[in-house]
Design a protein. Structure first.
Lengths: 332, 331
């Protein structure tokens, strides 16, 4: 494969195929979630599902700037983080359906996928539930001097939890390599963030002396560049950072949240989708820059689609765990 | 007990009606919680309240359980009667210091001078496929703490009457609602009524065995009692309704009458509510018992997501039926 070095517009000197890889990852997340929605509507999926559609550039841009052994912690809206860090869709779907072959042997489900092989310490169904864990991972990385960093993904709803500020303070005191990534998709469940968030978000980080930055979360190139800078600074001993990604979830808080007009308008949803879609934006840029063309991108879409279909089939036909499994793994 | 001919409400409607009536009666009552206003909570329990009472009394909070519970404690001490909404019972862990070290102790520590008339409403119950952090029944934690009162309604009628009592109580009260029960219907009279704390309700009269059930387990007990009847065993079903204050007398009397007891509570069996009720009965009815008191609760594991695993973690009509038959020596 020919490698094209991207010109100054991208600023990073990274290779064309890495942008194409980011394109593929974003498409993977989108199509994964499409299947989740389908599974849920066909009543094949138990429990709730919180889709990441619309926010793909955040997880992908940031995870692209990480190494495989770096850590992440994730949220109830975690499928995107998980895929972006390198998990495979078949075992994820199996987990979503509560099957033995799932990442957590069916015990965790959608909100608790974890994957040590890709540094994923786990999704979390408690808002801000993983901020301590991420900071702890950074603590051990520093202590063991293994050069790793930890990225802590959380929604802007987590800004309401006091523990976040306790760990930011600790992380700065101890100069820990942790990057707190606030995904502001504008709404907690059904409430606009301006009704629950006083003051300035980044100022909360700078109050503790964290490096801070805010970025258009619908622009994967901007996310990647900014994340790269903060991550490398942190990795070199520069201490923690807070990165605010401004983004939008296209669908409901969870798949059952269909009638949303009492908290946000259809026009608002439409304008984010048609004007700022992260996948379309990267595709257009790749084509403009002649780093790819629409046929190649369409081929990627088709490949990913069939990968997802196969993964779903695998999960549907996979067996449930034996009932005895319920009592296993309580203690290590 | 309501009249058979009374109108029917769902559990959720009964809760909402209790809140609405108390808010009309007493302007000091206000609601604090996440997505309680326009959204009416994810379970839609509070739908319509903000339209009637406005956003100054039905107040959306940030996702700050410790913070707004603490605010409720302070507000209760200084003239309001807040009702806080903790969406999932699992999140009470975030409010522990406010409830256990503050709310529960203020009255005592101040030598009876300050009072904390607040209510915390929250949920319990598994089998909703919500996994380990959204399925627990943690009412035993609060039941352990002096200074708190704990309510576990099992029918729409009880929910309404007990919630009104909770709001009028001068103490911090924690009110647990089974989230699987919100759509269940039952008779609720339109006329005003309240139900006192510390009074158990005999949900079914029987002779051979007592099934003590709390919250979600009352329906399971009633179902098991029907199965037992077909097997020629007459089961009494009794619901303490509040774990504190506790109607010890009613439990002991029922145990003395039937001489066999199973306690069913969806909390963990170990060190739980079932253990406490079992001890109360063992101490009070020892000489009348024909078998050791049996506890049935959630399996002692974090609630698994996978449906067949999750189903195995909670007592069912069938498992209670089997246990009761064994206890009666009729296997
Ligand atoms: C401590 C806690 N409180 C409440 C909830 C219920 N809950 C689940 S998701 C959510 C909103 C989260 O909003 P945000 O953090 O912005 O993430 P988003 O869903 O927008 O991705 C709430 C309130 C929870 N899971 N944990």
């Amino acid at each position: 494969m020919t490698t094209i070095t991207v010109n100054a517009t991208a600023g990073s000197g990274i290779k064309a195929e890495q942008w194409v890889q980011m394109y593929r990852r974003m498409v993977s997340i989108r199509l994964f979630e499409e299947q989740v929605n389908e599974l849920y509507t066909r009543a094949l999926m138990p429990g709730l599902a919180h889709l990441y559609v619309g926010e793909e550039a955040v997880a992908v841009g940031i995870c692209q700037a990480l190494r495989r052994e770096d850590y992440i912690t994730s949220t109830h809206r975690g499928h995107g983080h998980c895929l972006a860090k390198g998990a495979s869709p078949d075992r994820m779907f199996a987990e979503l359906l509560g099957k033995e072959a799932g990442y957590c042997r069916g015990k965790g489900g959608s909100m608790h996928i974890a994957d040590p092989a890709t540094g994923n310490l786990g999704a979390n169904a408690i808002v801000a539930g993983s901020v301590g864990i991420a900071t702890g991972a950074a603590f051990s990385a520093k202590h063991l001097n293994n050069g790793r960093v930890a990225v802590c993904f959380f929604g802007e709803g987590a800004l309401g939890q006091g523990v976040l500020y306790e760990v930011m303070n600790l992380a700065q005191l101890w100069k820990l390599p942790v990057i707190y990534v606030c995904e502001n998709n504008l709404y907690t469940e059904y409430t606009h963030f301006s009704e629950t968030t006083a003051g300035d978000i980044l100022a909360r980080g700078s109050a503790f002396g964290l490096q801070t930055a805010s970025v258009d979360g619908q622009d994967v190139r901007a996310v990647y560049e900014t994340a790269k800078r903060l991550i490398e600074h942190s990795r070199q001993g520069g201490g923690p950072a807070l990165l605010l990604c401004n983004t939008y979830r296209y669908t409901g808080h969870h798949v059952g949240d269909i009638n949303r007009e009492y908290y946000r308008s259809k026009q608002e949803e439409q304008s984010w989708k048609s004007e700022r879609d992260p996948i379309k934006r990267l595709a257009n840029w790749l084509i403009e820059q002649k780093l790819s063309d629409s046929n190649l991108l369409a081929a990627i879409d088709a490949e990913v689609r069939s990968e997802m279909e196969k993964a779903v089939e695998f999960a549907i036909s996979a067996p449930y765990p034996d009932v005895k499994e319920a009592e296993e793994n309580v203690y290590a | 007990m309501p009249d058979a001919g009374a109108r029917e409400l769902t559990f959720a409607q009964a809760v909402r009606e209790a809140l609405a009536e108390e808010m009309r009666r007493d302007p000091r009552v206000c609601i604090l919680g996440e997505d309680v206003a326009e959204a009416g909570t994810p379970f839609k329990v509070l739908s319509g309240l903000v339209e009637e009472f406005g956003t100054s009394r039905v107040i959306d909070t940030p996702i700050s359980e410790a913070g707004f519970t603490g605010v409720a404690v302070g507000a209760a001490m200084t003239g309001l009667r807040p009702v806080v909404d903790i969406m999932f019972g699992d999140f009470i862990t975030l409010t522990m210091d406010q409830m256990v070290n503050q709310a529960a102790k203020v009255h005592y520590m101040s030598g009876g001078t300050w009072k904390v008339p607040m209510v915390m409403r929250t949920t319990l119950g598994a089998t909703r496929r919500s996994a380990a952090q959204h399925s627990q029944s943690l009412h035993a934690w609060f039941s352990h703490v002096p200074g708190l009162k704990i309510v576990l309604p099992s029918t729409p009628y009880d929910a309404k009457g007990l919630l009104k009592t909770a709001i009028r109580d001068e103490n911090p009260v924690v009110f647990f609602e089974d989230k699987m029960m919100y759509r269940q219907k039952g008779p609720v009279p339109a006329e005003e009524y309240t139900i006192p704390f510390g009074v158990a309700d005999i949900k079914r009269v029987g002779r051979d065995i007592t099934l003590v059930g709390t919250s979600s387990m009352v329906q399971v007990a009633l179902g098991a009692a029907n199965l037992l009847e077909e097997a020629g065993i007459s089961a009494e079903v009794i619901d303490p309704r509040t774990t504190w204050p506790l109607d010890e007398k009613a439990l002991i009397e029922s145990a003395k009458k039937t001489s066999r007891v199973i306690i069913m509570d969806e909390g963990y069996g170990r060190y739980g509510v079932a253990a406490e009720l079992s001890a109360v009965i063992a101490e009070g009815a020892f000489y009348d018992l024909d078998a050791p008191v049996k506890r049935m609760g959630a399996m002692h594991v974090p609630i698994p997501f996978s449906p067949p695993l999750e189903d195995a973690t909670v007592p069912t009509e069938k498992s209670v039926f089997e246990a009761a038959r064994a206890l009666c020596g009729k296997t």
